[in-house]
Design a protein around this ligand. Structure first.
Ligand code: F6P
Length: 365
């Protein structure tokens, strides 16, 4: 059987800290095994349009601690759902044959795709066309069921926690309710972990629709007890029991057209109108995706990268590396994408938050 000699690697979807550490973790051992590595640029866009560069050790040296991705990324380049402009209108076409053509023309034996659930879905579809694939899970959202944690999440949580520490002092000085809106799409992991680490008094997440009255009660009660400020950490996908998710806009070119955003401002306004307390809000946005990965993410990303190249060499195609407990295992990509990992009301972090008095905007969970 033909040996694996040439690896393609790409980073798909939104970027996050730790992508470069994976690229390094794949490329260095690949060269030690005498393989060549082709870095595909801008995610699947590069695979469809034929944009790539050879990766040598010098290219991956010194990138462990840098955020972003040296290969570029995109969440608009789905080969099976390719947005093309015709007469000023966006038409969605299938360009997966171009992806296959480039894979073959480049002489690749395997494609290592680093990305979140959108990337893993596309990777799985490409494998059904005959492309050999290995997946590496990334996303600040931490919403992939098959792995205990994705790299990038810890770095995002660190940013949220630090932001809450900063808001804490100004909230307490001015006796205000400070609301911070964080990312995570339809999963509340960033808000839950960041809020817990940063001492939020109220955490609102998509999995636990909240009741406005409980939110107002919490900040009023704190005031009555002499705590004249409160910190609210709200996930961008959180929604009230009687309302909808707040959407900032739609972009048909994206794999997922929905752009979330605006719930932080709404929560801040409603608290002010209904309690008379002074409020301010901040949207952390892409600060959560930028900058240097935490040590945890650097280690996880390096382990993921080096395990992915091992899978590729052993021809364990169609698999994704995953963290299970303290060990790196592999799972079938098709199993990995079958379910999204959402916060359960029984999660230990939820219970711990509850035990120290955090409100989720509900009576009891
Ligand atoms: O999936 C990662 C993520 O940062 C989400 O938390 C967020 O909703 C989304 O990407 C933002 O995407 P974009 O950078 O395309 O606006």
């Amino acid at each position: 059987m033909k040996k694996v000699k040439r690896i393609g690697i790409l980073t798909g979807g939104g970027d996050c800290p730790g992508l470069n550490a994976v690229i390094r973790g794949v490329t260095k051992p690949a060269h030690d095994h005498g393989l060549t590595v082709l870095g595909i640029l801008d995610g699947f866009e590069g695979l469809v349009e034929g944009k790539a560069m050879e990766l040598y050790n010098k290219d991956v040296s010194g990138i462990l601690a840098t955020g972003g991705t040296i290969l570029g990324s995109s969440n608009k380049g789905d080969p099976f759902h390719w947005p093309e402009e015709f007469d000023g209108k966006i038409k969605i076409i299938d360009r997966s044959k171009d992806a296959l053509k480039n894979y073959e023309a480049w002489g690749l034996d395997v494609l290592i795709a680093i990305g979140g659930d959108g990337t893993m879905h596309i990777t799985h579809q490409l494998s059904q066309m005959g492309i050999n694939v290995v997946g590496v899970p990334k996303t600040i959202d931490n919403d992939l069921e098959a792995t205990d944690q994705t790299f990038g999440h810890d770095s995002a949580v660190f940013v949220v926690s630090e932001a809450l520490d900063r808001l804490h002092t100004t909230a307490s000085s001015h006796h205000r309710v400070m609301v911070i809106e964080v990312m995570g799409r339809y999963a509340g992991w960033i808000a839950l972990h960041g809020g817990l680490a940063g001492g939020a008094d109220i955490i609102l997440i998509p999995e636990i629709p909240f009741d406005w009255e409980f939110v107002y009660d919490k900040v009023i009660q704190r005031n009555m007890m002499g705590k004249r400020f409160s910190l609210v950490c709200v996930a961008e996908g959180a929604k009230p029991k009687d309302g909808n998710i707040v959407i900032k806009g739609k972009d048909p070119k994206r794999t997922d057209p929905v752009q979330l955003g605006g719930i932080g401002e709404l929560v801040s306004r409603k608290i002010s109108e209904n309690t008379g307390l002074e409020t301010r809000y901040a949207v952390l946005g892409h600060l959560q995706r930028g900058g240097s990965p935490t040590p945890f993410d650097r280690i996880l990303a390096t382990k993921f990268g080096t395990s992915a190249i091992e899978l590729a060499i052993k021809k364990q195609f169609g698999k994704m590396v995953a963290l299970r407990g303290w060990e790196i295992k592999s799972v079938k990509i098709e199993d990995a994408i079958s379910r999204q990992k959402l916060v359960k009301a029984t999660d230990q972090a939820v219970l711990a938050a509850h035990a120290v008095g955090v409100s989720f905007g509900t009576e009891k969970l």
